[in-house]
Design a protein around this ligand. Structure first.
Ligand code: BGC
Length: 728
């Protein structure tokens, strides 16, 4: 008897300490002759078997408790069955500090630091899905070390207008690139017994009136532009959770949108994980219950009044909503729990702030920075040649990783650009710093910066946007595409004072016509994470050869952008509705089809070396999946090792329905030593030639002549050939 008591006491103690799983504790208990281990605790059983077994043991109230929040970022435990509380956390760039439990304020902990990765658009600019995998894996490991179960990212909403406040979190303007990049990230993260949660499904392309705005988009735009990244997350990434968006689509909120959730996501794409609401994105019990929501998260604190709590329970009891609907939701929640091994022995325990995580953060920054201009090869800089370097600009010292709202990170540390440059150049160079501008700056900041520029051999200007509300931040859009705080004038003055001025911009795209012609070098650094300063210095001083390419077009001016062309009804919307009047023509699809010259095109980025493309062959593919392989050679014709992203676009010669001038359908990043030549192969499936035909309600690749375009950007096509697509 005493033995049994000691065993049971040990079990409870070890479970609380998280040292053993419920399953293991159960088998300890079963030595005592208690009930045989239930099927749902047996990790060797298929997930579906475990789900069904557990479902059959749950009371109605327990089922309800699994489909709504019980604090800001948790759902309730069911101790009697050994189901722990589930912990959710933002987000895409690392594990956010703990919030709440019942307010949006910080929980005030001291053990919730994390590695801050560069922002999503920087990851996309690497065009390196393997690196995406490693970033996801690192975040997954940190999430486990912080005892999380579901991570609220990646964000894959398409950049439709440069003004959207959350563009920095997302993966750019192209559905194919976003899909490939998010899939790598998700696979990496989910390899760590963590579920990713791809967001925000769907058409959440502006922050203006985000909780309510109704989006009207035609079927082709929906299918060809706004859904593919989510579909890739499900099909290629195998994502287990999807977050519904705040906005409405065709008059129905996205978290209770039958067409998006039931018909497209669950029926067509075969998604069998769970759909959760964005926080307070649910609006009606019946609609949510019937239209595909599986978990309600929120911002109110009366958790029992959540649509999926007491109100749902009452409707079920009255027989006004079907039990089968509830069971499906519970199944989906349990599936994710079993997939992430929440009750299994040996669940991964993760790690925090390791050298490997720091390295991934730095590499994403190094590979995602985009060199946009480099006249006279001013870059890379040779530290030995300079006595004085002037670093100018508020972003050189500002810490950015904590900003942006839900995607901000409480970083273990953050190397700002000034510190990165100081670390790199050592003691023989005199580095001076001048702030240059400030939100509420005094008048002589600019004068002092100009004086500093005059006194230096070279100027590194670090400016751009920041995460203040109204710039790159959740909850509001930008008003325009201008550089704030008088930076246009400041840069002009600085470059007159010292023509050797390198402009480094953080943030998303801005208008540059005021100074671009006069500035010899320009580097786009996004928000490069906690190793950003080191990464920047390594790029500027040539330890790293830049290889990032723009995942979104930089237009010359806001009025050139598709959403701005069709008036207020197309952006930001009128009377609560925004109509995507440009249809399919988002990003380069617009600029290329309409012959509008951008400042810097989609897919553009320079290197410190040069690459030559040659010898394109279209080889009929032998496998069953692919139909043709584009094969070509790339040679590094310069003096430095470097990486090149080869981009493959498809153009249809005689489309039956309008098609954009070109569409990205493949890419490959290759690393080449000076003089090295490599053969690159990009296989294409039949789907690479397809468009969505709304009348047929399906994707169609019709027999036609297609041009296969291979190049270094969407506007720098180096090779092309015709491909005759035969009837199937
Ligand atoms: C954001 C989500 C985020 C959630 C939880 C919402 O306001 O839209 O992206 O995951 O809050 O912080």
């Amino acid at each position: 008897m005493l033995f049994v008591f000691i065993l049971m006491a040990m079990r409870v103690h070890l479970l609380r300490a998280g040292v053993i799983s419920f399953a293991l504790a159960w088998s300890t208990a079963s030595i005592t002759g208690a009930e045989k281990q239930p099927i749902y605790l047996d990790a060797s059983q298929p997930i579906e078997t475990r789900v069904n077994d557990l479902l059959s043991r749950l009371t109605l109230e327990e089922k309800i408790s699994l489909i709504h929040a019980d604090s800001k970022f948790t759902t309730a435990a069911i101790p009697r069955l050994g189901l722990p509380r589930r912990w959710l956390d933002d987000g895409p760039h690392g594990v956010r500090e703990d919030i709440g439990p019942d307010t949006w304020a910080s929980a005030g902990r001291t053990d919730d630091f994390a590695t801050a990765m560069p922002v999503g658009i920087c990851l996309a600019a690497t065009w390196d899905p393997e690196l995406g995998y490693r970033e996801g894996e690192a975040i997954g490991q940190e999430a486990r070390a912080r005892h999380k179960d579901i991570m609220l990212g990646p964000g894959v909403n398409i950049l439709r207008t440069p003004l959207c406040g959350r563009n920095f979190e997302y993966l750019g303007e192209d559905p194919f690139l976003s899909g490939v990049m998010c899939s790598g990230y998700i696979r990496g993260e989910q390899s760590q017994d963590i579920s990713s949660c791809v967001k925000h499904f769907a058409l959440n392309n502006e922050e203006h009136d985000r909780m309510n705005i109704n989006v009207e988009a035609d079927e082709r735009a929906l299918r060809e532009i706004f859904l593919p990244a989510f579909k890739a997350a499900v099909k290629q990434g195998g994502v287990w959770c999807v977050m519904g968006a705040y906005n409405q689509f065709r008059g129905q909120h996205c978290c209770e949108n039958d067409y998006l959730l039931n018909q497209i996501l669950k029926d067509e794409c075969g998604f069998n994980g769970l759909v959760m609401s964005d926080w307070a994105g649910a609006h009606d019990t019946r609609e949510c219950a019937l239209n595909g929501l599986d978990l309600e998260m929120g911002t109110e604190t009366n958790y029992n009044d959540f649509y999926f709590a007491q109100p749902y329970l009452e409707l079920l009891k009255k027989g006004e909503l079907p039990m089968a609907g509830l069971d499906d939701k519970v199944r989906r929640n349990l599936r994710v729990m079993f997939a992430t091994h929440v009750v299994d022995a040996g669940r991964k325990t993760g790690s925090l702030n390791t050298a490997a995580h720091q390295a991934v953060s730095r590499q994403v920054a190094e590979k995602g920075m985009v060199l946009l201009k480099n006249e006279g090869n001013l870059l890379p800089l040779d530290a030995a040649k300079f006595k004085t370097i002037a670093v100018i600009g508020e972003n050189a010292t500002r810490l950015n990783t904590h900003g942006g709202d839900s995607s901000g990170i409480k970083a273990f540390y953050e190397i700002n650009p000034l510190n990165g440059i100081l670390n790199r150049v050592g003691k023989n160079v005199n580095v001076i710093y001048s702030e240059g501008y400030r939100k509420d700056g005094s008048a002589d900041l600019a004068e002092r910066a100009v004086a500093a520029a005059k006194s230096a051999d070279v100027v590194i200007y670090v400016g751009g946007l920041n995460h203040d509300k109204g710039f790159d931040c959740e909850g509001a859009d930008r008003k325009d595409m201008k550089l704030p705080y008088g930076q246009d004038e400041l840069i002009q003055k600085i470059v007159v004072a010292n023509p050797k001025t390198i402009v480094v911009l953080e943030g998303t795209m801005v208008e540059m016509d005021a100074w671009l012609d006069q500035v010899p070098a320009l580097l786009q650094a996004w928000y490069p994470g906690m190793e950003g300063g080191n990464a920047l210095a390594r790029v500027l001083f040539g330890d790293v050869n830049p290889s990032g390419k723009l995942p979104a077009t930089f237009p010359k001016k806001l009025s050139d952008t598709p959403a701005a062309t069709f008036g207020a009804s197309a952006y930001p919307g009128t009377k609560g509705t925004v109509t995507y009047a440009e249809g399919l023509l988002v990003g380069y699809r617009w600029y290329d089809t309409k012959n509008i010259e951008p400042q810097f095109p989609f897919g553009f980025g320079l290197s410190y070396t040069t690459f030559k493309y040659s010898n394109l062959k279209l080889i009929p593919a032998e496998g069953t999946n692919e139909i043709v392989t584009a094969q070509f050679e790339i040679e590094n014709t310069g003096q430095r090792a470097g990486a090149e992203v080869a981009e493959l676009y498809v153009h249809e010669n005689h489309p039956q329905l309008m098609r954009p001038e070109k569409e990205l359908r493949g890419f490959k990043k290759v690393i080449l030593q000076p003089g090295e030549k490599q053969t690159v192969s990009i296989p294409l499936k039949r789907s690479a030639f397809a468009y969505y035909n709304p009348a047929q309600k399906s994707w169609v690749a019709q027999p036609d002549v297609f041009e296969i375009l291979v190049g270094s950007s969407s506007r720098d096509i180096r090779l092309h050939d015709d491909f005759n697509l035969a009837r199937k």
